[in-house]
Design a binder for this molecule. Structure first.
Ligand code: 6PG
Length: 255
């Protein structure tokens, strides 16, 4: 099992610095190798935790013009709605650094959840063709340079919730749900095959309410342990890194 690399931090501030360093390093490596950096964001506390990227030195050293931005999941609401993951990222990050607007691939907010998912998959297919997004050698899925995930206390990542049929999707790259247990109910989400085809996946988690899910995901809880969604994040070829603060790591067995 690919449990990944654990980066446990004494404080949230330390985590924020390490996360900014990590993203900046992956951006540099990817631009060097491919000329572009295809990064997928999530919603929730993640964007705030990425805040140092808007500050010195990162705001000057990162090659923002090479960034192509995607979302691992989005709520099906207007782009200017308080629940929009796009709005969260725009206000907290994208508007503060010189990203090229046409590189920001947000979700179509004027159609149904089903159409928004189809449209998003279509957009990604075009960008795979032009190699803005790489392609996985083993799954034919897009191979994002980095997918950033938050973690819900119930163990969900992106909009893949416990016991939901979306977890079983193997064909589509992007799927939709209309019954999210965390509001709002309508969402679109990357599927597990896409998440697990990425070059790098980072799961960023702070706070005690997530500690049990972190334990279930990382410790060997045996085949009978609850199969929460984050346990299914198992990049096939890519690298998985956990960014945890002390509280999120507090129920891990050997820490
Ligand atoms: C969403 C998010 C979701 C989030 C987790 C953690 O749109 O709801 O993408 O997957 O990352 O729920 O959220 P918090 O970090 O705010 O707890």
């Amino acid at each position: 099992k690919n449990t990944g690399e654990l980066r446990i931090h004494e404080s949230v501030d330390e985590l924020r610095t390490d996360l900014a360093d990590y993203v900046a390093e992956l951006s540099e490596a990817s631009v060097k190798e491919r000329g572009v950096f295809a990064i997928a964001l999530s919603g929730g506390s993640l964007i705030g935790l990425m805040g140092k990227l808007c500050e010195a030195p990162y705001n000057k050293t990162v090659d923002w013009s090479k960034w192509y931005i995607f979302w691992a999941d989005e709520r099906v609401v207007a782009k200017n709605h308080a629940d929009s993951n796009y709005k969260l990222a725009k206000d907290g990050l994208l508007s503060k650094v010189p990203i090229i607007p046409s590189h920001v691939h947000s979700i179509n907010d004027s159609v149904s959840a089903e159409e928004a998912a189809d449209d998003y998959e279509f957009v990604i297919r075009q960008l795979v063709k032009t190699r803005v997004v790489s392609v996985s050698e083993i799954s034919d899925c897009p191979k994002f340079d980095l997918i950033l995930l938050g973690l819900g206390s119930d163990g969900h990542v992106a909009s893949l919730f416990p016991n939901h049929s979306a977890l079983n999707e193997r064909e589509e790259w992007v799927t939709f749900i209309t019954d999210s247990p965390k509001p709002p109910p309508e969402r679109i989400t990357f599927t597990l095959p896409v998440i697990n085809s990425a070059s790098n996946v980072a799961v960023v988690v702070t706070g005690e309410s997530k500690a049990e899910s972190v334990h279930l995901a990382i410790d060997d809880v045996g085949p009978d342990g609850p199969l929460i969604p984050v346990r299914m994040v198992q990049p096939a070829m890519g690298k998985l890194v956990w960014f945890l603060d002390k509280l999120a790591a507090s129920k891990l067995e050997d820490s």
